[in-house]
Write a protein that binds this ligand. Structure first.
Ligand SMILES: C[S@@+](CC[C@H](N)C(=O)[O-])C[C@H]1O[C@@H](n2cnc3c(N)ncnc32)[C@H](O)[C@@H]1O
Length: 871
């Protein structure tokens, strides 16, 4: 039988790395089995999984074998080691981002000593990229008008290659043992359907990380062969990271093979999930009995029990938590614990609560249920992943199984923390609480804001770190509730974002507007957005890169496209110089280059008898992110926007008469990605029709944004190529961002991801300065409030910026309103007083008033508004 072409292809790919067919065969065979012939997984990222598996396999061989082979096969191994090393470099940058590395299997491995040089194939790649992108074709006009100075990337060669702490390994074990997944691009075609209910996905993000399999399913010998020196270095790195994740010294991590240190005196509970006033399900950290907490260990511990569970039963008594009467029956499980930082999870359920039918399930069953869930969800570890999520899942599974299949599921919802926990400030509370009222009403008694704040405080004090708090919010339920006049939603994204986005209204009774939350843009009907891999040429991607482009000594092809340097720092922030230019473009558009269309599609869309001349469009700076055709991994530092929202955001009712607004619940550094403006992709003609209809209906808020950042680059645009985004009916959290004149704390930046042509792109918001937690997030819509010819009246601005462009008009309005009132009320005296008064003081006052509104600095923002107030 002729060999399978895919197998041949795999051999060929490995041959390129210097691996012989002989070595590939057994591993590939195993992989095909493990992946159930899913070749896409094996082929992904240039057969990285396969290469990794071979490497694991080789290392798991008895040492003598390895040594024997090493003697005769040193040369052929080198490329693999390079591959691993690069992978580990990614880990380093991933750690900076606090995100999960892509190849969990590679984390524990430290490559043997090798020259600290860039592999030759890499050099080739770089020079190839350079020579290709040096060609003048790509983004000609933009490159000319906005050259970005080529800054050499300072790459610290000494940067320690660190392994990730075991807490991350635990996660990875969980996912990679239990399922692998690569999501497939859904192409966007030119729609021909009238339906808007079938939005086509432009890209997938956040959930399609490829996980590497643990091919053998056993521990490799890597940990054993690590030298002592490397272990020490790793521990140092662990400690560093642990400090970041767990600011207090109660670490959950214990490097394997290390002697116990008594660094954890008291069991510190991480989290309590209390199911009713009289029942409790506790998850607590710390403990002494066991030294690791990997899922396999958990099961092993379960396996040690003589009577299923009883040997591990103990009464639940957690710090600061009101404990039950000892007479009341309670069940608890120690899942795993450690003296030096691993986890003790204690699940208990008080039988004396209102659910007599509850049968405490076996730990095995609970763990199995969680595993199944993760398998089904393809729950690979994205940036929003947290151990607390897993714990929540464990608790929910415990409940579900315990309640039996016939009983309705009660979802865990957040209530308030017990007063005892918050009131005693002298001894820091060590427990976080999520309450599920088993009364079936699902009522909330406290505002989400209050809950989040309290949980954040608790988390900080309990050393979990604020970033993990969000995951404590019961995302399962995003229903609204209204108690004491406060409206709360726990997650308006309905689980579609990596992180929950809460909503709160404690100002009035207004409920959020009805709209469909979509996390990615969707073409409405006629907009031409063509995503096809074939259209992405070599110069538009870095197919020969691997893992993390930001750690390269020379920027790759993707950076060349925007002038030779990446827009992002290794911390995932927009670089200062790049940001500065974008901000300046918004604040002083007149100083920047504009493009005037010969025949402006915007004017054309108005379908008026005479097409008005183009009012001009700014050439905007673009960020170009790596994408699927690039060789780098999902955790590449040049992929920020496509990973989705990672900051804690909240929609809230503004007290200032602007309607809903968006704020951050955490401090944000300058240049941080907040969110993308997501909506339906429309042609301007389609938008025109909608705006007309809305105008007739007298709708209050408008949500369209023009995508005209680079209209010059494609010559005369066809109608279906001149696009905008409308977030009125379908949109994401960005639809709630309000306008602020001039000094807004966010700036919008066009981002090219999956299509090289610039009539379609992503509009992403980045902070223009440091933003404090609870501050409202704003951007400058670029509205010209004085454009009286504009058929759609701009709103009256309440941005309260000292640079507000609407002051003049507001004053005008106030002034004429006063005048009209006086006239219509026939307050002759008042009119006389106002018009004719000879009182010098009053005259002076009127004069000053006039001066103010007539001399208000006109800061109209450019020829064309970014926020398309329509037509
Ligand atoms: C993109 S929406 C923002 C969310 C909106 N506030 C809401 O409640 O849905 C834009 C609309 O918000 C209102 N808005 C935004 N910024 C404002 C401001 N500075 N002053 C007054 N109204 C504002 C205007 O009605 C505008 O049409």
């Amino acid at each position: 039988m002729a060999p399978n072409p895919k197998v041949k292809e795999a051999f060929r790919a490995m041959e390129g790395l210097g691996i012989t067919e002989e070595k590939v065969k057994p591993v590939l065979k195993k992989l095909i089995q493990v992946y159930e012939k899913n070749w896409e997984l094996i082929e992904a990222e240039n057969y990285r999984v396969l290469a990794d598996a071979i490497f694991d396999f080789e290392e798991s061989k008895p040492e003598e074998d390895v040594e024997r082979e090493a003697a005769c096969d040193e040369e052929t191994k080198r490329p693999l080691k390079r591959l691993r090393r690069k992978c580990q470099e990614v880990q380093t940058s991933s750690q900076v981002n606090n995100s999960k590395p892509e190849v969990p299997g590679a984390l524990l491995t430290k490559p043997k000593e090798e020259p600290n040089e860039i592999p030759s194939w890499h050099h080739e790649t770089q020079s190839q990229s350079r020579s290709v992108t040096a060609s003048p074709q790509a983004r000609k006009s933009r490159a000319i008008s906005h050259p970005i100075a080529s800054q050499p990337l300072s790459r610290n060669k000494e940067e320690p290659v660190s392994t990730m702490p075991s807490i991350l390994d635990e996660r990875s074990d969980l996912s990679h043992n239990e399922g692998t997944h690569v999501s497939h691009p859904s192409c966007v075609h030119r729609g021909n359907s009238d339906s808007i209910s079938l939005p086509m996905r432009l890209r997938s993000r956040g959930k399609q990380t490829l996980t590497s399999p643990n091919v053998s399913g056993q521990k490799t010998k890597r940990a054993v062969i690590l030298s002592r020196a490397i272990q020490i270095e790793e521990q140092k790195n662990h400690m560093l990271l642990r400090k970041e994740i767990f600011p207090v010294s109660h670490s959950l991590i214990k490097p394997k093979g290390e002697p116990f240190t008594n660094d954890l005196e008291e069991p510190i509970p991480i989290c309590l999930i209390d199911l009713a006033s009289e029942s409790s399900l506790n998850i607590s950290s710390a403990g002494r009995e066991h030294d690791t907490a990997t899922p396999s260990t958990l099961q092993a511990i379960e396996g040690q029990k003589s009577d299923g569970i009883s040997s591990l039963l103990s009464e639940t008594k957690t710090n600061g938590i009101p404990t039950k009467d000892s007479e009341k029956a309670s069940k608890s499980y120690n899942i795993a614990s450690s003296q030096c930082g691993s986890v003790k999870i204690n699940l208990s359920y008080d039988m004396a609560c209102q659910r007599p039918e509850f049968r405490a399930p076996s730990l095995q069953a609970v763990l199995q249920m969680v595993s199944d869930k993760y398998k089904k969800m393809n729950k690979v570890l994205d940036s929003g992943f947290s151990l607390t999520n897993v714990m929540e899942d464990v608790c929910n599974s415990f409940l579900r199984i315990g309640n039996g299949p016939g009983n309705p599921e009660k979802l865990i919802e957040i209530h308030d923390l017990p007063n005892e926990l918050v009131s005693d400030t002298t001894s820091p509370p060590k427990t976080l609480s999520i309450f599920s009222p088993f009364n079936g009403t699902g009522d909330y008694t406290h505002s989400a804001e209050g809950v989040i704040e309290k949980i954040s405080q608790q988390a900080e004090r309990a050393a979990i770190g604020p970033t993990n708090c969000q995951s404590l919010i019961g995302r399962q339920n995003q229903r609204s509730c209204q108690t004491n006049g406060t409206i709360n939603y726990l997650d308006i994204s309905k689980g579609q974002e990596v992180i929950a986005i809460s909503l709160v209204n404690d100002v009035n009774k207004e409920r959020p507007p009805f709209f469909h939350y979509i996390p990615e843009n969707a073409v409405f009907q006629h907009a031409y957005v063509s995503v096809s891999l074939a259209r992405i040429g070599d110069k538009n991607c870095c197919s020969s890169c691997s893992f993390d482009c930001l750690s390269l000594s020379l920027p790759c092809a993707c950076a060349h496209e925007i002038g030779g340097d990446f827009a992002y720092t290794k911390d995932g922030l927009v670089k200062e110089s790049f940001l500065k230019e974008c901000i300046s473009m918004n604040r002083a558009p007149e100083k920047h280059h504009q493009y005037f269309c010969k025949e402006c599609p915007l004017e054309r869309a108005k379908c008026e008898d005479i097409v008005e001349p183009c009012k001009g469009h700014l050439f905007r700076k673009f960020i170009k992110e790596c994408w699927w055709k690039c060789g780098c991994g999902k955790q590449c530092g040049n992929r920020v926007v496509q990973r989705g929202i990672s900051r804690k955001l909240q929609v809230f009712m503004t007290p200032a008469g602007k309607g809903w607004g968006l704020r951050t619940l955490e401090d944000l550094p300058k240049g941080a990605f907040v969110c993308e403006y997501v909506g339906e992709v429309l042609t301007n003609a389609e938008l025109f029709d909608r705006v007309e209809q809305r105008r007739r209906k007298g709708e209050k808020h408008s949500y369209p944004v023009l995508l005209d950042a680079d209209w010059s680059s494609e010559g005369v645009l066809k109608d279906e190529e001149a696009l905008c985004l409308d977030a009125t009916k379908y949109g994401n959290v960005a639809r709630f961002i309000n306008h602020r004149c001039h000094d807004a704390n966010m700036v919008e930046i066009p981002v090219e991801i999956e299509t090289p042509d610039h009539h379609y792109y992503h509009l992403a918001f980045f902070t223009s300065r440091k933003v404090k937690a609870m501050e409202e997030l704003t951007w400058d819509y670029g509205i010209d409030f004085d454009d009286i010819d504009h058929p759609v009246k701009a709103f009256s601005c309440h941005c309260s910026s000292k640079y507000c462009r609407n002051i003049k008009r507001t004053k005008h309005l106030t002034f004429s309103w006063l005048y009209n009132f006086m006239r219509s009320a026939q307050c002759f005296y008042a009119i006389l007083f106002y018009k004719e008064s000879r009182l010098p003081m009053l005259k002076k006052a009127i004069q000053i008033w006039r001066d103010v509104f007539e001399c208000t600095v006109d800061m109209t923002c450019g020829p064309q508004s970014s926020l398309c107030t329509g037509f």
